[in-house]
Design a protein around this ligand. Structure first.
Ligand SMILES: CC(C)(COP(=O)(O)OP(=O)(O)OC[C@H]1O[C@@H](n2cnc3c(N)ncnc32)[C@H](O)[C@@H]1OP(=O)(O)O)[C@@H](O)C(=O)NCCC(=O)NCCS
Length: 287
C-alpha cells in the first residue's frame, strides 16, 4: 500500500477525530472493555483540535491515494517527548500504516533525550509495533476509576496550584521523576484545574489533572492518598480516573478498599533516558 506522511493541519481535525474515536472504540469493543479513551466523537474532535493546533505538539497524518487513513501525535512540551495517540482507520489496520507513522514520529524525536508512551497492554498490534521499533516496557499500570469513600485527611492542605507553585512542583518532579515537565504544568494552569498538597507550607504532592490528561507526583504514597482525597473533595459526586502503577501494592489495595475499580491494564514504554521514579507518581496518557 502506498502511504504518504505529512504534517497534520486544521482541515484534518474532523477526519483525525473520527479515526481516533473509531480506532480506540474498536480495540476496546474487541476486548469487551467498557472504557474507551475518547468517550464521544465530540470529545475526540475537541482534543484532536488541540493536538493539531498547539505549536507544542507535532502531528502527522498518513494518506493513501490522498485520503487520510491514520494519524499520530507527539507531545513536545518537555525534553522527554511523549507519543500518542497513534491511530489507523479500522479498515486500513494491519497493512503497515502504523509502522510508517511511528517511524516518522521517531525520526522527529531522534535528538530528544528520551521518548515515552502509554500502551494498552492487551493491544497486541501496538505492543508488537512499539517493541519492534525499540520501546521497552518500564511500568505496568492499571487505569482505575471511582469515588473515594474517605474524607480529606487533616494535616495536609490541598489547594489549587498557582503559577508561583510551578518552580516548587518542578523541583518535586525532578526528585521523584527525574525529568522536566514545567511547560506541562503551565499548560495545566490554562486548561485544567491543577492542585497541590502541602504540609506546613511545603508542597509534597501535585497533580496537573486527576485524569489521563495529566500526571501526578508525590513524595510518598501517603502524600498521594492525601492529594487524591483532597482532589475528590474539589469534584464532589464525580468519579476520578487515573493511571495507577500496580507495583505500588499498598496504594493499590487502599484504592480498592476506597471503592475504586480497575478499567484496563496499560504500561509505560520508553526509548532513551529512563530513571525509575523514586517517590510516587501517576503517569498521564503519554508518561
Ligand atoms: C495500533 C495501530 C496504530 C497499529 O497500526 P497498524 O497500521 O494496524 O499497524 P502495522 O500494520 O503498521 O503494524 C502492526 C505490527 O504488529 C504486528 N502484530 C499485530 N498483531 C500481532 C501479534 N499478535 N503478535 C505479534 N505481532 C503482531 C504486525 O505483524 C505488524 O508488524 P510487521 O510490520 O512486522 O508485520 C492500529 O492498529 C490502531 O489504530 N489500533 C487502534 C488504536 C490503538 O490501539 N492505538 C494505539 C494505542 S496504545
Amino acid at each position: 500500500m502506498n502511504i504518504a506522511i505529512r504534517r497534520s493541519q486544521t482541515s484534518d481535525i474532523n477526519v483525525c477525530a473520527r479515526i481516533n474515536y473509531e480506532a480506540f472504540k474498536g480495540i476496546s469493543d474487541r476486548h469487551c472493555f467498557p472504557h474507551t479513551d475518547f468517550l464521544t466523537l465530540e470529545l475526540a474532535a475537541e482534543i484532536t483540535q488541540f493536538w493539531i493546533e498547539s505549536p507544542l505538539f507535532f502531528g502527522i497524518v498518513a494518506e493513501s491515494d490522498g485520503v487520510v487513513v491514520g494519524c499520530g501525535f507527539m507531545d513536545e512540551r518537555n525534553p522527554i517527548r511523549g507519543i500518542g495517540p497513534v491511530s489507523v482507520d479500522r479498515t486500513f489496520q494491519g497493512k503497515g500504516t502504523g509502522r510508517q507513522i511511528m517511524k516518522a514520529l521517531l525520526e522527529r524525536g531522534q535528538d530528544a533525550v528520551g521518548i515515552r508512551l502509554v500502551q494498552e497492554s492487551f493491544n497486541m498490534p501496538s505492543l508488537s509495533l512499539y517493541s519492534s521499533v525499540g520501546f521497552e516496557v518500564k511500568e505496568p499500570l492499571l487505569l482505575v476509576e471511582g469515588k473515594f469513600r474517605s474524607q480529606p485527611l487533616s494535616g495536609v492542605e490541598v489547594r489549587p496550584m498557582g503559577s508561583e507553585d510551578v518552580g516548587e512542583c518542578q523541583a518535586l518532579c525532578n526528585r521523584v521523576y527525574g525529568c522536566d515537565r514545567t511547560n506541562e504544568m503551565k499548560d495545566a494552569l490554562n486548561f485544567f484545574s491543577p492542585l497541590v498538597a502541602s504540609k506546613q507550607g511545603r508542597i509534597v504532592a501535585y497533580t496537573c489533572a486527576v485524569s489521563a490528561f495529566g500526571h501526578s507526583v508525590a513524595e510518598t504514597e501517603a502524600d498521594m492518598q492525601a492529594l487524591l482525597l483532597g482532589a475528590a473533595a474539589y469534584s464532589p459526586g464525580e468519579a476520578l480516573c487515573f493511571h495507577l502503577p500496580v507495583r505500588y501494592a499498598s496504594l493499590f489495595r487502599w484504592c480498592l478498599q476506597e471503592g475504586l475499580r480497575g478499567l484496563k491494564p496499560l504500561a509505560v514504554m520508553a526509548i532513551g533516558e529512563y530513571r525509575q521514579p523514586s517517590g510516587c507518581y501517576f503517569p498521564s496518557s503519554v508518561y
